[in-house]
Design a binder for this molecule. Sequence first.
Ligand code: HEM
Length: 455
Amino acid sequence: MDQSNPSPHERPVPEHHGLVPLHGDLLARDPRHVYEALRRRWGAMAPVEIGPGVGAWLVLGYQEVLELVWNEQAFSSDARRWSAIAEGSLPGDSPLSAVLGWRPALDRLDDEAHGRQRQVVTDTLNGIDLRRLRGAVRQQADALLDGWDMNGTADLVTQYARPLVWYAFRVLIGLPGPGERTLAALLGSITGGAHDAARAEAELMGTMRRLVAEKRETPGPDLTSWLLAHATHLTEDEVAHNLASILRSGGESTIGWIIGTMRLLLGDARLGSAMATGRLTVTDVTDRALWDGSPVPNIAGRWARDDIDFAGCRVRAGDLLIPCLAAAHADLLVHSSHDVGTRAHLAWGTGSHGCPAKEVARSIVETAVDVLLSRLSPVRSVVSDPDLRWQPALWRGTPDELPVTFPPPDPMAATAAPVTTHTVMGVPEKRQEERAADSGPTVQRWGWWNSMNGW
Ligand code: HEM
């Protein structure tokens, strides 16, 4: 990419009192072009306004994003340091609080407090049986496609990726059906920065607290029960907050990864034919979407611990800095060449807060893409990529819709088996033995589990 030759989709970036307002319609088309324009105008870091009167630094350079995320001595994940709160420029009911606010969960803690909760969440996520998860996602994907009016058109965001991913999360956390609709609506408002995001966040926490109380009484084969049973003994409030963090961090990003992969495939017929001839696999294409698709365009914040010179700017203690992964990837591509499949991308974050659920997300995304391609081929886009509409949101890497056409299916083709209730967690006893062999003394007690039906 040539720095002196802007993309045709780039528009001039407005400024307001020296800050670029990112809370208006600026992000209502593919936001990657906006981030790219900001990087051209400002270099490694841009002063932005993310809500009325709320300033932040958007960090756009690849090296600078790496340093911001790695240097935990200088930059904290603890939102209680945020000067906007101390100075009163952030209203209590601001939609920004739903994502950036403090909570007693792993993504908003530093150092030992983070390590303690991270261990519980990682142990619990490692208990997911990925083979069963893939099976559950495949069945639900088939059931969704069976439910479509097969007139040859559909929207892959609202009719496929979103209901499928929230179904997977509902099963993972043990929420009864049709809880996926509740999750989709609440997390949609929260990550979309909607005007009612603070209300949605309160409702989400209410739902998580009720779920935790129910699972305390009646444990099941799900993440909620496993979090509660962990020998570290998180409080019920901590478990509820960590569940909400898992949903906030994982849901829209997984939807974005499915849709980013499909946008790549729809935009480049060569990828589809390379897959058809076996030169590329679904994994190759989903990997490439981690670069180009920006499932997480921006990481939800770091706060400067002290005054510091960073990326050529004077940053004050308590300033919010937002690592912009979409821009960092473009920056690296400008300054070096890369091959599809390289792991230098930052899509999972990095450092001690890096995503602990890569293989879980991969299982959902690869299965979703595989089912779609095997049942709806050839699938074609209805709207050209630059014309897709986006809800202006910093935390979302998905357009509002991705309409496609496809040939009507063969009426004689087999349809999906009815969806059964799924268990997607592994067998605790087996895991206990494995962990004992791997890492010395076992810390978990699973006595209650043995009495569960089906094990
Ligand atoms: C099943 C799906 C997923 C789950 C359960 C999940 C869960 C989480 C959790 C709990 C964290 C916080 C870790 C911490 O603060 O220590 C996290 C961080 C992160 N996740 Fe995921 N995630 C999922 C999918 C994804 C996907 C698909 C992507 C993008 C491709 C992604 C990108 C990230 C990034 C960039 C961070 C780092 C945030 C930071 O540094 O503050 N995640 N994820």
